[in-house]
Design a protein. Structure first.
Lengths: 106, 106
DNA sequence: ATACTATATAAGAGAATGATTATATAAGGA
DNA sequence: TCCTTATATAATCATTCTCTTATATAGTAT
C-alpha cells in the first residue's frame, strides 16, 4: 500500500464519531437517520462523516427511495481489515427503524 | 481495545510525516538528527511528531549522551501491529550517521 | 402542484493540527 | 568556565477539522 493511501484511510478512521459509524456498520447496512440517533450529532455532521469514509474507500452506499443505506465495502484494504477487526460491533443501530426495514425488504 | 485508545493511536499514525518516522524505525533505533534529514522538516517539528507517537504508546526512547534514540515499542497493540505491517520499512535512516553508530556501540 | 421527509451541500465559527522561529535544557569538549 | 551540539519546549501563525444553522435536492404522498 502507498503511504498516501495509508494516510488517507488512517485519517478517515481517526475520529471517535467515525469509529462509531464503522462499529454500527459491522452488522450490516445502516441508514443515515439511525446514525443521527446513535451519535447524537446533527444530520449534516453525520453526512459529512459518511462522505469522508466514502472518499477513503471504506464504505459505500445504496439508495432506497428517500433513504440511503451505508455499509462497509466488501474488499477492504489489508490496512482497513486490521483496523476494522479491532472495532467492536455495535448492535441496535441498524434494521431497527422503519426506513431500514423497508430497505431490507426491497 | 477501547474506542478512545483506537482513536488516539489512529490519530497519532494518521500523518504522512509520522508514517515515515515509523517506516524508519521498523529497522531499529533512529536518532532525532537522522529523522530531520529524512523528513526535510525542522528539528522541533520532528520532536513534536515523536512526542505524539510516544504519547500514543507507539514508540519509546533511549538517551545516549547528547543524543536520543527512538524505536517502536516491543508490545504493540493489535491495532498498531496491523498498521505497522502495512508500512514499508525505510532503510538508510538509521545507523548511518555518527551519533547513531556511537549509540549502538554502548 | 404542494407538502413532507431524508439526505446533501454551503457557509461560517471555534478548536485542533502542524509548521516555523526563538529559547531553554542538558551533555560533551576546549 | 565557556562554547558547541542535540533535543525539547514555548510562542505564534496558517491551515485543517468538526461542528452548527441554513438551504438545496430528491423522493413520496396527499
Amino acid at each position: 500500500m502507498e503511504n498516501t493511501l495509508i494516510e488517507k484511510q488512517l485519517k478517515a478512521a481517526a475520529d471517535l464519531n467515525r469509529i462509531k459509524l464503522l462499529a454500527c456498520m459491522k452488522n450490516g447496512e445502516v441508514c443515515v437517520c439511525d446514525f443521527v440517533d446513535v451519535l447524537g450529532i446533527s444530520q449534516p455532521a453525520v453526512s459529512q462523516h459518511l462522505r469522508k469514509l466514502k472518499e477513503a474507500g471504506i464504505i459505500t452506499e445504496r439508495k432506497v427511495g428517500t433513504w440511503k443505506h451505508y455499509r462497509l465495502v466488501e474488499d477492504q484494504t489489508p490496512l482497513m481489515k486490521g483496523i476494522l477487526e479491532q472495532i467492536k460491533p455495535v448492535t441496535g443501530c441498524n434494521c431497527s427503524s422503519v426506513c431500514t426495514n423497508i430497505g431490507e425488504e426491497n
